[in-house]
Design a protein around this ligand. Sequence first.
Ligand code: WT7
Length: 631
Amino acid sequence: MKHQIKSLEQYHSDYKLSIENPEIFWADIAETFVWKKKWDNVLDWNFEKPDIKWFINGKLNITENCLDRHLEIRGDKPAIIWEPNSSDEPNRIITYKELHEAVCRFSNVLQNNGIVKGDRVCLYMPMVPELTIAVLACARVGAIHSVVFAGFSAQSLSDRINDSDCKILITADGLFRGNKTVNLKEICDEALKTTPSIEKVIVYKRTADTIDMKMGRDVWWHSEMNKAATKFDAIEMDSEDELFILYTSGSTGKPKGVVHTCAGYMVYTYYTFLNVFQYEEDDIFWCTADVGWVTGHSYIIYGPLLNGATTVMFEGIPTYPDAGRFWATIDKLQVSKFYTAPTAIRSLMASGLDFVKPYKLDSLKVLGSVGEPINEEAWFWYHDNIGKERCPIVDTWWQTETGGILISPIAYVTPTKPTFATLPLPGVQPILVNQQGEEIVENGVEGLLCMKFPWPSIIRTTYGDHERCRQAYFSTFKNLYFTGDGCRRDEDGYYRIIGRVDDVMNVSGHRLGTAEVENAINEHPNIIESAVVGYPHDIKGQGIYAFVICDKQVNDISLFTKEVNEVISKIISPIAKPDRIQIVSGLPKTRSGKIMRRILRKIAEGDFSNLGDTSTLLDPTVVDEIIRNRK
Ligand code: WT7
């Protein structure tokens, strides 16, 4: 396949070209696609403003490249294989032809319900094919999709809808997750009390739970689809028109809406999917993420479909009906490339090999890891027991803001090294800097990971607040994109991501800001103040440790914990529940009132030896008290 790197020599020569002549390099890849009008210039960029444009004045619609482009040669090829929550329910297989028709129909539904180019549409959906259909239909009509993970609370949903003034909400009556059902429509109804911009709600029927349908506002997916025509000419989009918004947590304030645009995102997700996983035409590709996260956007939907691949969508969870579900499904669907998160690997590892042994796993060719650092034990377990020492592991480092994978082995090309994301992909120019922003050029060092040149799917802005984007990513170091990650580069020039250096936690691969969790905890009526830090957790990677100051004495600690969890679940999501809560009488603060999280992180870790300088604290005795009472 053209553009596919087949040897280490080719990697080095393609990399060299991509650095010396990025415009020629990326233009050649962009030629793969159907354009309504070709671009004038490939790239124009400025990291100070920031202002980044790729494929300037190009006109296209990404769905023509995901769907229409494939119809002639792969019309009857499965585009989506859907694996339901219950292994007793049959699979659904949707061919490219069928997906194309469904997307066209739903594009008409959106238009019939008042959507025009540039409108924002919020999706709060189970992992069913209709979620992918809705995402693509938004792109086809030129609406900007904002998918909200269906594990977020009503308040989180409402905040996200309001931040970008979404006009339509697409949801379902409910969802199945393991042996639970969740009534999604009820959560939506709660959120909709405070979302004035929403004019219509389109409801897909999944669980047949009883729900309220509000006349004039709520309509059923199936009845709208039945009325809709099956043809829809894709709307012409500019390369830099917004494709989607995806909310993600930062070190301060509320989650921000990361914005990606049409052409650059298309070119980059296509290219990285093709190379990292060494995509082949007969692959069955399974990324276990939820479409609610960027991994799902880029490597369940766009990357695979742009390549004409067969992509698996899984509705359930790794431990239902038992901890062998992933492995059973790999055998059942003959999955060849499998992409999951270290937290899932660690939890399945803990369940024991009896859940792996019954399965052959001989269809597998490549294993992927994403979302957090993979520890050595999990790497070897995955490599030996799932990949049978035969499948390369691609440890892919990237972020919501990067749109696609930046640092990763290329399967069968890059020699892997456990726990290392290895080398930058072509077009990616990482540098390590010290706290002063000076470049560290040698190998065998640690530093702050930055990028000195744009790649096509770099974040363009944060929705409605460009200054926040500049502040968060482009102001820490002049003329650099700052990732927020600490990183080691070894003697071979291989990169190993250490983790966040800011106040962002990574809990089971979910990104959460400490401030965001503290704000939620502080809503508990008995909590005056709190400080939250991440600490090493065997399964989750990081756990959440909350230090709280209470107004009145707490007598029933288990009741108190339950209440705190309820508050968090209501305001954010159950994924943000603290793993440990410690009631304290004070927090270690500097004289200027700043909480010294460094100290709390050490205490949470259980490492009391190196607390560093505590002499600048307003009251150093609180530290002793916290240590004494830590259980
Ligand atoms: C943060 C981004 C990329 C999609 C899923 C997460 C951490 C991500 C790796 C990896 C070590 C990783 C980083 C990054 N991270 N992949 N392979 N090795 N750390 O996207 O929610 O935007 O989180 O996840 O800390 O900054 P996200």
